[in-house]
Design a protein around this ligand. Structure first.
Ligand code: ADP
Length: 470
């Protein structure tokens, strides 16, 4: 099968979160199984480009807004072709999505992406499956049905829309409809309309031939009012929604051959992990006498989704305990300053880096004992899975993908969204840490888990085949 994916980010080119990891690794896994995959993403300022990037198509006309002319560039990595949509007017800016609620023309920026993906399909890579990811790519199946249904390129093409995070839907005023080249008749509750606004994600759900999300747990949760962000009822109409867990790229994330960490190690020989802990304490300027105490870690976007309000509730009580903490993240200024204040209040014990730093994320996974992820909701979550491979024990809230990937054997879970439930799970984990032998057994059980893409890529292939009636 030829599978054309559309998304707003992909590693190693542009990344703000787990979506990029998926677009960097799922295509490779599909390719390894004998499928052909191409990915379309925008050409942002600051994107990383390999030398071999070359022009693929000039002057592609995009009939969106007052019209745009874009150029397409392409590169091939690990067998997968990536097409970059170059349109400096829209993408050559600071940041990927823009500050706060995003750039005011994000509807245009991502409408152009979706339309350009159909241009790729017509001129460069003829797909059997068009696979759109999250709201930024959600108009691709809409344009296909609205504008290209007579185009033979798309005869028999089936579309899949994957929800990576229902918390971001791409909701805009109704006045954007003519700008994005869609007819006003689509503004009805069965299609694009959402409380009088235009909802890109709803459009993707309505127009795609199938809808999936990134864990079974999240597939269930988004059909409930608590997690549905206003779309739960609508989503129930498209049930069953496939839940296919994101895989991990173990070429990137394995302590055996991770180039970023102080010393490599494995389940068979854990000695290097202690060296990584020593180095991490030093890097964060924490006291070396913390070496035998539990070292907790957080790596995250600081967004409401991630549950740091619970952490804020319990931080003072938690930090009375004999432990230390390292934090890496950025986002909500309120959480940034909360963590900065903790670092000032507990020098030598709490270390905080505000920012985005992939190499440091690897060193944290390797150097800490426990990874903390108290998310309010979590579609899949990747860091807790990376933690398992690094012999780092996850302490997570039992929701979505966290609940699906962590069990009592490998980590600690709490269910209630409350500070006291979080604190209780942390107390269990701190107690368990005192029994070194059983702690090491727990580490090894996590390290043996296999969340590589092979199983999940097979589930996508089965879903694509089902759509194509093969
Ligand atoms: P989300 O996509 O909601 O942010 P995930 O757990 O699915 O959450 O994926 C997060 C990804 O982003 C992981 O690869 C993680 O290592 C990375 N990440 C998040 N924050 C940072 C940061 N401050 N520095 C480096 N990597 C980060």
């Amino acid at each position: 099968m030829n599978i054309l994916m559309v998304a707003s980010e992909a590693t190693p080119f542009a990344k703000t979160g787990g979506l990029a990891d998926v677009l960097g690794s799922l295509p490779v896994a599909l390719q390894d199984r004998g499928e052909r995959v191409a990915v379309v993403i925008p050409d942002y300022r600051g994107s990383y480009y390999p030398h071999a990037t070359r022009e693929a198509y000039r002057y592609l006309w995009i009939p969106v807004g007052s019209g745009y002319t874009v150029d397409l560039y392409q590169t091939t990595g690990r067998g997968v072709t990536y097409y970059f949509v170059r349109c400096p007017e829209l993408y050559d800016r600071d940041g990927i999505y823009g500050p706060g609620a995003g750039f005011s023309d994000n509807h245009l920026r991502y409408a152009v992406l979706s339309m350009a993906a159909l241009g790729v399909a017509r001129h460069l890579f003829r797909p059997d499956i068009l696979h759109a990811h999250d709201w930024q790519a959600a108009l691709a199946p809409v344009y296909l049905r609205e504008h290209f249904h007579h185009d033979p390129t798309f005869d028999g093409v089936k579309t899949l829309f994957t929800i990576h995070n229902l918390g971001y839907q791409g909701v805009f005023g109704r006045e954007v409809l003519p700008q994005i080249g869609l007819d006003a008749r689509l503004l009805n509750p069965e299609q694009l309309e959402f409380y009088g606004h235009v909802n890109f994600m709803k459009a993707g759900i309505a127009f795609a031939d199938a809808v999936s999300t990134v864990s079974r747990g999240y597939a269930r949760e988004i059909q409930t009012p608590e997690y549905g962000f206003g779309l739960d009822g609508f989503l129930r109409r498209y049930a069953p929604i496939a839940g296919i867990l994101n895989g991990v790229d173990y070429d990137e994330w394995s302590p055996e051959h991770d180039p970023h960490i102080a010393r490599n190690y494995s389940a068979a020989d854990l000695a290097g992990k202690r060296e990584c802990k020593r180095a991490l304490l030093a890097e964060y300027g924490l006291r070396q006498d913390n070496l035998d105490r539990p070292l907790l870690g957080i790596i995250s976007r600081f967004a409401a989704q991630k549950g740091f309000d619970l952490f804020a509730d319990v931080a003072a009580r938690l930090l009375q305990q004999d432990l230390s903490l390292v934090v890496l993240g950025s986002g909500d200024p309120g959480y940034e300053s909360m963590f900065r204040r903790l670092a000032q209040a507990y020098p030598g014990k709490v270390g905080v880096q505000i920012g985005y730093n992939t190499a440091l994320a690897h060193r944290i996974e390797a150097g800490i004992d426990m990874f903390l992820m108290p998310s309010r909701y979590e579609p899949c979550g990747l860091n807790q899975i990376y933690s398992l491979r690094y012999g780092t024990v996850p302490v997570v809230r039992a929701t979505g993908g966290l609940d699906d990937t962590i069990d009592e054997e490998t980590g600690f879970k709490f269910r209630d969204y409350s500070g006291s439930a979080l604190l209780e799970a942390l107390r269990w984990s701190l107690d368990a840490f005192r029994d070194l032998d059983s702690w090491v057994r727990r580490m090894r059980r996590g390290m043996e888990k296999d969340f590589s893409w092979s199983a999940s890529a097979g589930e996508y292939v089965a879903l694509y085949r089902r759509l194509l009636g093969r």
